[in-house]
Design a protein around this ligand. Structure first.
Ligand code: ACM
Length: 261
């Protein structure tokens, strides 16, 4: 399976132009699975609930349809983050659109910083779907900080975590090493680049999108400040061998009965 990390710098609020540019980047880099950043086509730093709502989309939006059409055209799955409106709430969500017409929606479980003011906490929980023999799980940015997130996905059978991100702290790309090794899975953390100044605050995003293997190898690493599309071929089945050596299996020898006493 060819996986592409699409590291991007959205222009804040310019939704249609950002969607066009993201799809153009996918078209130039053939792959089976594209992972895009969190809030990939809106920008990140909302300054009010009204602004967040005004830039949010529901699943019938023409922008979501544009990604669905691109998935069909490219015969690939595209995973992207966006602000989703549903039933009067706004979620920080990611959507996997598949070439056969399936959609899988994830709503961010652990909101970061001022997201807590503008988004409702996600209610989908963690789940895994299958595409071309790979079992793919979704997570968004700060979810990484809670080891339960990737662990839950791994225990549910994920081979690859498509981790759409807008990281501002320097830790996650390093922490992915431990999470990949401990869970014996591939982790694709796809970050954005650039800075956003909104009102009196500037946030700078750390780039360096990474793809880490179940053995902790950094198969891909993006630049810190520029947009980039990074592509690697992986065998998702390598995530199914949880053995560490002849005597230790990372999953079979878990002892949950000892953990919560
Ligand atoms: C983050 O969750 N965007 C850091």
């Amino acid at each position: 399976m060819k996986i592409a990390l699409v590291q991007f710098k959205p222009a804040f609020g310019e939704r249609d132009r950002n969607v066009e540019r993201l799809i153009a980047l996918c078209r130039r880099n053939p792959a089976d699975l594209y992972v895009l950043p969190e809030l990939a086509y809106t920008g990140y730093q909302f300054v009010s609930a009204e602004e967040t709502r005004s830039l949010a989309d529901d699943l019938a939006s023409p922008r979501i349809d544009a990604f669905r059409a691109a998935a069909r055209e490219l015969d690939a799955t595209i995973v992207f983050g966006f602000p989703e409106t549903s039933g009067g709430s706004v979620y920080n969500a990611s959507l996997a659109v598949l070439p056969d017409g399936r959609d899988y929606l994830y709503r961010k479980t652990h909101l970061f910083y001022k997201e807590t003011l503008y988004f409702a906490p996600g209610d989908t929980g963690f789940f895994v779907f299958e595409f071309r023999g790979a079992r793919i799980g979704l997570a968004i940015c700060f979810d990484w900080f809670f080891p339960e997130s990737f662990r839950t996905l791994a225990l549910k059978g994920a081979d690859i975590i498509a981790h759409c991100s807008n990281l501002v702290m320097p830790y996650c790309q390093k922490a992915d090493f431990a999470a990949a090794v401990q869970n014996r899975i591939f982790i694709a953390t796809v970050n954005r680049v650039g800075s956003e100044r909104r009102e009196d605050e500037t946030l700078t995003f750390t780039g360096e999108s990474v793809l880490v293997s179940p053995k902790g190898e950094y198969l891909l690493r993006g630049p810190a400040e520029e947009e980039a599309v990074l592509v690697a071929e992986i065998n998702p089945e390598h995530a199914r061998d949880k053995s560490v050596n002849r005597y230790n299996d990372a999953f079979a020898m878990r002892r949950p009965e000892m953990y919560w006493r």
